[in-house]
Design a protein around this ligand. Structure first.
Ligand SMILES: *[C@@H]1O[C@H](CO)[C@@H](O)[C@H](O)[C@H]1NC(C)=O
Ligand SMILES: *[C@@H]1O[C@H](CO)[C@@H](O)[C@H](O)[C@H]1NC(C)=O
Ligand SMILES: *[C@@H]1O[C@H](CO)[C@@H](O)[C@H](O)[C@H]1NC(C)=O
Ligand SMILES: *[C@@H]1O[C@H](CO)[C@@H](O)[C@H](O)[C@H]1NC(C)=O
Ligand SMILES: *[C@@H]1O[C@H](CO)[C@@H](O)[C@H](O)[C@H]1NC(C)=O
Ligand SMILES: [Ca+2]
Length: 444
């Protein structure tokens, strides 16, 4: 998937030969095959996904493989040729209306199920096993038959685990916990023929066109619609393979052992790695990998981040002398008045910050400058740098604390300490580990 005008395209990434786990869905396609910029072979009697006719439904399965459905066919992943639906799901009808992978972590019997909608019926599968067939209005009271599209909105992307259904002008938001249905009309998102959540981003497809939207508001950022053939698949003469970059030095290549600027885990469990103007989402790794521009989540942010931390349901970014503070709800929103000078806000220097971290449940912010770590109690006013300590690294790129401990990121490696006090009391530097192997799921 691509975003030129500040991004890259799937076919371009494939052309650069990103290693296999970059995305799922083509386990039988080798690295070398992906490196060649050829569209998939056509099979007589089977449709070509590049014909511009769009899809009946798109969804991921419980392993993170994306499926595109049309008529009695499906395409598995982003590059494979068409096959018949009944080869994978023998009892599923053709010409489905909508498909969705349910996230319902509080209800294991419903979590990670695939639901297929057709007419007034809903088919529930776990993997390829049909678990039941229901009437839509019985399983989901308030949701109409003959849907256009459906997409799941898990708790990290929506205030509650929800399903979004599209029919004509209307969007139906079903809260899976309370079973309440809200109806919305979103002027920019309607008549979706299929819908998809991929690595934290929501898409409404209208035929081969698609728009990205925010599920809380239905707002579409500028630049849409785009043509799915340039982003979600590999089509001859399409895509954007012309960028003058090599995979070896590209910021986009998460596996090249180049440094990252920062890492952060927020209070909703969203984990990010930041590199220049891009971020990777780590908690969605089972669904694949893709670099996104910062503005996809934080429209006001551009360029290298010096420090990031989450505290009090907000996410804080230090960029040079400026501090950006966002409300960290399902969708991030810049708090009015920001950015503000970091020195006034946090009492820390306006230059030289290499990394910041805070451990959940604590209000003690750690600021790393060179080999010095100093702390600020965010609950005190005025905020001032407290006592510091030295660490055994002359420079770190980024730092993060989560329930497992404190991680310092230096070049291609990270060093793990059990706690801030463990870091303060260091006598010898722990063994370096590979960021690309342990954080970015790269295989070598
Ligand atoms: C990969 O190909 C082999 C042989 O062609 C097949 O048995 C296997 O099911 C395929 N794996 C997947 C995940 O499609
Ligand atoms: C799938 O459908 C095709 C066409 O209707 C049929 O020829 C084939 O036998 C079916 N395969 C299975 C596994 O049901
Ligand atoms: C797709 O988008 C283009 C503009 O980018 C528009 O001209 C075309 O009518 C759209 N097609 C559909 C099916 O909405
Ligand atoms: C690509 O970049 C290289 C080195 O920066 C340069 O020599 C070359 O001319 C560029 N190619 C194109 C097509 O812009
Ligand atoms: C990155 O580092 C890992 C671990 O040291 C190594 O196995 C791998 O080959 C390196 N990758 C590249 C692209 O240099
Ligand atoms: Ca549809």
């Amino acid at each position: 998937m691509k975003f030129l005008l500040g991004g890259l395209c799937l076919s371009w990434v494939l052309a650069l030969g990103f290693s296999y786990p970059w995305m799922k869905g083509h386990p039988n396609i080798t690295h070398d095959e992906l490196s060649q910029h050829h569209p998939h072979p056509r099979i007589a009697g089977f449709p070509d996904r590049c014909d511009g006719l769009g899809f009946d439904a798109i969804t991921l399965d419980e392993q993170g493989v994306t499926y595109f459905f049309r008529d009695e066919f499906l395409w598995k992943g982003f590059a494979a040729p068409a096959q018949r639906i009944n080869e994978t799901w023998p009892l599923l009808p053709s010409h489905i209306d909508a498909a969705v992978r349910v996230h319902h972590t509080l209800s294991p019997n419903e979590n990670d199920r695939m639901l297929f909608f057709k007419g007034d019926q809903v088919y529930q599968y776990f993997g390829t096993t049909l678990e039941g067939q229901f009437l839509i209005h019985e399983k989901f009271p308030g949701i109409p038959a003959n849907l256009d599209a459906a997409v799941a909105c898990p708790i990290r992307e929506c205030p509650a685990n929800s399903l979004l259904f599209f029919k004509g002008e209307t969007v139906y938001l079903l809260d899976l916990q309370t079973k309440l249905v809200k109806e919305k009309t979103w002027p920019q998102v309607h008549h979706c023929t299929s819908a998809l959540l991929w690595l934290g981003n929501f898409y409404c497809f209208q035929g081969t066109n698609f728009t990205r939207f925010y599920p809380g508001t239905g707002i579409v950022p500028s630049g849409y619609p785009k043509d799915a053939r340039d982003y979600f698949m590999h089509c001859e003469g399409r895509g954007h393979g012309k960028k003058n970059k090599t995979s070896a030095d590209s910021n986009y290549n998460r596996c090249n052992n180049r440094s990252f600027d920062e890492f952060n885990e927020d209070e909703l469990g969203r984990v990010y790695a930041f590199r220049e103007n891009l971020y990777f989402r780590l908690d969605t790794k089972r669904d694949g990998w893709h670099p996104w521009p910062l503005r996809f989540s934080w429209p006001e942010l551009h360029g290298k981040i010096d420090g990031v931390f989450s505290w009090n349901k907000k996410i804080y970014f230090i960029q040079g002398s400026q501090l950006f503070v966002y409300k960290a709800e399902a969708q991030y929103a810049l708090i009015e008045g920001y950015p503000k000078p970091v020195t006034e806000e946090l009492g820390i220097p306006s230059t030289g910050v290499d990394a910041t971290f805070i451990c959940q449940g604590s209000s003690l912010l750690y600021v790393i400058l060179g080999n010095q770590v100093q702390s600020v109690n965010l609950e005190k006013t005025p905020r001032n740098l407290g006592d510091g300590f030295r660490i055994g690294h002359s420079h770190v790129d980024g730092a993060m604390c989560n329930t497992n401990g404190v991680y310092l990121f230096v070049g291609a490696h990270y060093y793990k300490y059990n706690s801030p006090s463990d870091l303060a009391a260091w006598t010898s530097t722990p063994d370096p580990h590979s960021i690309s192997l342990d954080f970015m799921s790269c295989v070598h």
